[in-house]
Design a protein around this ligand. Structure first.
Ligand SMILES: [Cu+2]
Length: 133
């Protein structure tokens, strides 16, 4: 009889664990960042501000298959904005606006990085570009 109870209790514990685990997985899935910018004439336009040492917004999130236009400015010195996987490499000078248009045709998380030496924090000037399914 004792064995029976033990089996029931462990089965119950196991199902609670499985339940909690799948809920946690669901939670992780629904916690995708909000999409950035807004759709204008079928293009997702995202205004990005580069600064020492980062990008705003960060992360930049778009939907898979969207046409994306990055409209970039800098709030201090000249910065770069590059995303290798999408062949983006902008140089943003103070007072100027640089744009890049591309198709978000790869799902995943990509790194945005600065390609112009902008000071001591340059090597760590990174942002996230997320393409959600
Ligand atoms: Cu830099």
């Amino acid at each position: 009889m004792k064995k029976y109870y033990l089996a029931v209790i462990s089965a119950f514990c196991f199902s609670v664990f499985v339940c909690a685990y799948s809920l946690a997985l669901d939670d992780a899935k629904t916690k995708l960042p909000e999409l950035s910018g807004k759709i204008e004439n079928g293009v997702r336009v995202v205004k990005v501000k580069a600064f020492r040492y980062g990008y705003d917004p960060d992360p930049i999130a778009v939907k898979l298959g969207e046409k994306v236009r990055i409209v970039a400015v800098t709030s201090d010195v000249t910065h770069g904005l590059a995303i290798s996987e999408f062949n983006i490499n902008l140089m943003i000078e103070p007072g100027e606006t640089e744009t890049a248009e591309f198709l978000a045709d790869k799902e995943g998380e990509f790194t945005i990085y600065c390609t112009v030496y902008c000071g001591s924090g340059h090597v760590n000037m990174r942002g996230k570009f997320i393409v959600e399914k």
